[in-house]
Write a protein that binds this ligand. Structure first.
Ligand code: PRF
Ligand code: ZN
Length: 370
């Protein structure tokens, strides 16, 4: 195993831990910004370090198409290629293909899709996904899973869960760098507690360095989503990191952390920034709104980020729709907000003040109590 996971503090099911990866020592709970083409849109790696990002996400599917994993390998791996000294995680590619390309088709062999480059049919097998991720060289690599929307029902959910379990053995067998890269398995099974349980047990038997909870944040209601997270975290090993994929909103991160999850990733903070929305303790602030045009305050007077120290809402309002700098500054602030949230979760758990932190977070976000 190429990681160490030490739980430093707990509050009921919530944990604060130190996750030592080959390229960086991370503290959990932890939010991972998503970069697709080997970059977090609009930010330099120096800015990501300033913000306090510990680990960022790359997508196998995008990187494999361009610049290709062979080229990244020749360049000495993705860390070196993108000049990012800290930790990296790559997703396996199947989820991106299925969610981006509606033409993708899943068979026992793997995920078949039409190449967006030349339209030719291509096949991503579990073996190939791992081989590509071995070339890219991230600290954490993800197993290829069969992902179905949680909103569908019937035998397809069961088929996808059992296929994910069969594929994990093909991923483990194909993984050539277990001393340098950590392969995480992904729990599937939709909203069915029996299927989720079979999947958790199957993956735990494989004794992997970490586990992800997949197949969520796909349009199911919050209650079902939290229920699945609570069930999975209750039976995953205490001594391994737990990663909830594709999550999420600040509220979801607080709730999932209370349920015992440790890691998260989502495009939301950077995507919403590009649409002119800033994350603030009260929820969101829409910089495009006409009321911002002559507002001389920063985005958030309690935020200590470079943007809030230097720019007014009025200036950002002026930029948001007209210049790339607008979305860059908002992305900077939004990621700072997510990192501060992660740090606050970590320290409040360590200091035994987690309930106070959660109450304070909820009171600010829902002042009317609704
Ligand atoms: N599997 C993989 N990547 C993912 C997910 C998943 O289930 C999700 C959740 N829908 C986000 N990203 N491989
Ligand atoms: Zn700020």
């Amino acid at each position: 195993m190429a990681l160490r996971f030490e739980v430093l503090g707990r509050f009921n099911r919530a944990r604060a831990a130190r996750l030592t990866l080959p390229h960086f020592l991370c503290e959990t709970p932890l939010f991972m910004p998503v970069g697709t083409q080997g970059t977090i849109k609009g930010l330099t790696t120096h800015q990501l370090e300033d913000i306090g990002c510990q680990i960022i996400l790359g997508n196998t599917y995008h990187l494999a198409l361009r610049p290709t994993s062979e080229l990244i390998d020749e360049m000495g791996g993705l860390h070196k290629f993108m000049n990012w000294p800290r930790a990296l995680l790559t997703d396996s590619g199947g989820f991106q293909m299925v969610s981006l390309l509606h033409l993708a088709d899943i068979t026992e062999e793997g995920v078949t899709f039409q190449s967006p480059v030349d339209g030719k049919p291509m096949l991503l097998t579990p073996e190939e996904s791992i081989q590509i991720q071995n070339r890219i060289g991230a600290d954490i690599i993800m197993a290829l899973d069969d992902v179905v929307k949680t909103t569908i029902t019937g035998p397809r959910i069961e088929e996808a869960m059992y296929r994910t379990l069969r594929w994990i053995d093909r991923c483990i067998a194909a993984h050539k760098k277990p001393k340098e890269q950590n392969l995480f398995g992904i729990v599937q099974g939709g909203l069915d507690p029996v299927l989720r349980d079979i999947c958790v047990q199957g993956l735990v038997e494989r004794n992997l360095p970490g586990y992800a909870i997949g197949g969520l944040a796909g349009g199911e209601d919050k209650d079902s989503f939290w229920r699945v997270v609570a069930q999975c975290t209750a039976s995953l090993p205490e001594s391994k990191p737990r990663y909830v994929m594709g999550v999420g909103y600040p509220l979801d991160i607080v709730v999932c952390s209370a349920l015992g999850a440790d890691m998260y990733d989502c495009v939301y903070p950077t995507r919403t920034a590009r649409f002119g929305t800033a994350l603030v303790p009260e929820g969101v602030l829409k910089l495009k709104h006409q009321s911002m045009a002559d507002d001389t305050r920063p985005i958030d007077s309690t935020c200590e980020c470079m943007v809030c120290k230097n720019y007014t809402r009025a200036y950002l309002h002026c930029l948001v729709t007209k210049d790339a700098m607008g979305s860059q500054l908002l992305s900077y602030h939004n990621l700072y907000y997510m990192m501060q949230l992660s740090r606050n979760l970590h320290s409040s758990i360590i200091e035994g003040k987690f309930p106070e932190f959660v109450c304070d977070f909820l009171r600010k976000m829902f002042p009317e109590g609704d």
